[in-house]
Design a protein. Sequence first.
Length: 133
Amino acid sequence: MEKIEHIGIAVKSLKDATAIYETLLGCASYKTEEVISEHVLTAFFKIGDSKIELLEASSRQSAIATFIEKRGEGIHHIAFAVDNILEEMARLKAEGFTLLNEVPKIGADNKMVCFVHPKSANGVLIELCQEIK
């Protein structure tokens, strides 16, 4: 793993949260995007080499909707940048980690992604991200 790529924060209202984070961080969101496969709307902020991703459920089928119902708004996941997502998935599987998807899928911000089950990582949902070239 190369670095923390971003921290994902589940929010009820992307519009309201974006305004809060623009004020908090002193900068505008550089990108908003809908990820249809995950049923989410996202907004990204870049602070130095780090990113914050705000996630709002776009349907009740979204994992974000379920997360907010159970836990409320807050940190949803930590994403790590990887050079080769397939190799990293194989390495983690061999080490006994449970992956939530068997093959990478297209995520937000031009990335291929895979999630590691929170039970494998002390209750933290981990996302692996590889830039699509």
